[in-house]
Design a protein around this ligand. Structure first.
Ligand SMILES: C[S@@+](CC[C@H](N)C(=O)[O-])C[C@H]1O[C@@H](n2cnc3c(N)ncnc32)[C@H](O)[C@@H]1O
Length: 246
């Protein structure tokens, strides 16, 4: 992973908390923190792609020792500028391969960030890297969208997710390779700016196989952090795998 593949440089980090404001609301944060604190127990928690500390800070506030891995120095700097961050260690690097110090009772990767790894090999490496950090019986939690292919009419490869006067957003899908990209257009004073981020979409069952390759087994899959049942209509999932083998 090179610096060119850092899609969260200073220009994005500077407005990340505002542009993701809904995800910082207590109704989005608190249920996730409650689940993760329960899984951490008396042990340590590892956040992959810790960002500006949206989840890590309140989790540390509950007395859990949290460590993060983060690719973007600018995002890590924003975290370090926040009160409470002194308690949180951050290792800069790619979470598919970077080793953080010590072992953990829970590792977590939220807000669709597994899809930032744009190849299947990198996603498999991520599961293996997590397994290497976990204590026996430790858990790995992923929050990620279900691929929205049912929204694609035949012959079309784009799905809009926001259509407004000052903001346009749409995802594009390549169903042959599972490559996708999110495209964002922002209009200020009648002029647009464009940003595009590549992803790899990944199926729940595919994640279960990646977990098994890394010596983990599915323990729970919910539609959200409240533990609602995961069904054919669920648009995202929170999945928990447990490390069963060393
Ligand atoms: C959508 S943000 C989520 C940040 C935080 N987890 C949250 O929930 O607000 C994704 C974060 O993951 C980081 N990231 C993306 N790919 C990464 C990789 N391969 N290794 C380490 N960090 C990565 C980005 O720099 C960014 O800070």
């Amino acid at each position: 992973m090179t610096e060119d593949e850092n899609y969260f440089p200073e220009s994005v980090a500077a407005t990340y908390d505002e542009s993701s404001a809904a995800m910082f609301m207590p109704e989005a944060v608190d249920p996730a923190v409650a689940v993760l604190a329960g899984l951490a127990g008396a042990g340590r928690a590892l956040e992959l792609g810790i960002g500006t500390g949206r989840i890590a800070l309140p989790l540390a506030g509950r007395g859990v020792e949290v460590h993060g891995i983060e690719l973007s120095p600018a995002m890590a700097d924003r975290l370090r500028a926040k009160p409470g961050s002194e308690a949180i260690g951050v290792t800069l690097g790619d979470f598919a391969t970077t080793r953080a110090p010590g072992t953990f009772s829970v590792a977590y990767l939220v807000f669709n960030t597994i899809m930032n790894l744009t190849t299947q090999d990198a996603q498999v490496d991520c599961f293996r890297n997590v397994a290497a950090h976990l204590e026996p019986g430790g858990t790995f939690v992923i929050e990620v969208t279900v691929p929205q292919l049912r929204k694609l009419p035949p012959g079309q490869n784009a799905v809009p997710f926001h259509v407004g006067e000052t903001r346009l957003g749409f995802d594009t899908y390549d169903t042959a390779t599972q490559a996708m990209a999110s495209h964002h257009v922002r209009v200020v004073d009648g002029r647009g700016s464009f940003r595009s981020i590549p992803f790899r979409y990944v199926w729940p069952a595919e994640l279960d196989l990646m977990a098994r390759l890394a010596g983990m087994r599915l323990r729970d899959r919910w539609a959200d952090w409240s533990g609602a049942p995961f069904t054919a209509e669920s648009e995202s999932h929170v999945s928990v795998w447990e490390k069963t083998e060393d």
